[in-house]
Design a protein. Structure first.
Length: 338
């Protein structure tokens, strides 16, 4: 346990020094990958690297899927600022001694945008509808009674009018159960992979040469875009249960995230449960990107878990997130487990 803890802390400190770069804010592509999903963890201040399990773990820490022994389907949705809508569909299932597998789809839809050009800066009369897509395949397994491992492989695409960019990425995570008061340590590396580059007919232009004849034919020119990096992160988190009785339970999370294109972040959260059916949650995010100052933001939410019949569970989770200058976002997650 001590060796695992030491290695995790050492990796986090090294990555903090090497990867964090607040001066590069906004320079990464595929920013939709940073939108959190899973109302339970969001309500707890975007925390849960050490405690997450089931379908939600595919976003936060792929190792959390390893404890899934049955089938779970989960749908999450949030209406973000600017009339954007983000949806996440996830299915995970246990496959016996081989471990667990999962499949996820992330989709961010934008509203119609008016097309403008150099010749028509006020609009051509046409519109286009950008979108982002992520396909995620997960494999996870409990390596020992205390250690879980998980891996995500991702295909990512971003389409804007007549141009699009693609990339491949992976997430890898570990969760170590220390065996005391539900104490767990989680570690995850997310969104590491290839660079993307926009291509397509939208980068083609027809120009007239300055030194050409009066009746010249426009010459086609194809512009080449810069390659864009992924918004990679390294995360570590602790979780423990100071109260865990038949009627009352309590979970406390503390996470730290190292971002390659923004400031590091600390997330704190707690959950209070009653008879494993009703849950109240709250959390605080330190040093967010969407405030004029470096102050943090509070999140809160609730959850209801109900067994409709034997081995058939329905879960509803809600989260409210304060986005500072960007107002707020309300997340809904529905899960079915059987």
């Amino acid at each position: 346990m001590k060796r695992y803890l030491f290695i995790s802390i050492a990796l986090l400190l090294i990555s903090s020094m090497m990867l964090a770069d607040e001066g590069r804010k906004g320079q990464a592509g595929f920013q939709f990958l940073r939108i959190p999903m899973g109302s339970k963890q969001i309500a707890m201040g975007n925390s849960g690297i050490g405690s997450v399990s089931g379908a939600s773990a595919m976003y936060w820490n792929p190792a959390g899927v390893a404890t899934q022994k049955s089938f779970e389907f989960q749908f999450s949705n949030v209406s973000w600022f600017g009339d954007m809508s983000y949806s996440h569909f996830t299915t995970v299932a246990g496959i016996g001694e081989l471990g667990s597998i999962g499949l996820g789809v992330q989709y961010l839809a934008y509203p119609d945008i008016i097309e403008t050009t150099e010749q028509a800066p006020d609009g051509t009369g046409a519109t286009f509808k950008p979108y982002n897509l992520g396909l995620v395949l997960n494999y996870s397994r409990q390596l020992t009674e205390k250690v879980s491992f998980g891996l995500n492989m991702k295909y990512i695409s971003e389409t804007i009018a007549l141009v699009s960019a693609e990339a491949l990425a992976f997430d890898v995570g570990f969760i170590y159960s220390m065996g005391y008061q539900g104490l767990q340590l989680g570690f995850a590396i997310t969104n590491y992979g290839t660079k993307g580059q926009f291509t397509g007919s939208g980068l083609r232009r027809f120009i007239l040469r300055d030194d050409g004849p009066p009746n010249q034919t426009p010459v086609p020119v194809l512009f080449e875009s810069d390659r864009i990096e992924l918004p990679s992160t390294i995360q570590a988190g602790l979780s423990f249960k100071p109260i865990n009785t038949e009627n009352i339970s309590m979970v406390i999370n503390a996470d730290h995230t190292v971002n390659t294109f923004s400031a590091n972040r600390t997330n704190l959260g707690t959950e209070l449960g009653y008879k494993n059916n009703f849950f109240l949650r709250g959390g605080y995010i330190v040093n967010t990107d969407y405030n004029e100052t470096n102050k943090g933001n509070f999140n809160f939410g609730l959850g209801i878990q109900y067994e409709l019949m034997e081995n058939f569970l329905v879960v509803f989770d809600y989260a409210y997130a304060d986005l500072g200058l960007l107002d707020n976002a309300q997340y809904i997650t529905i899960s079915i487990q059987f």
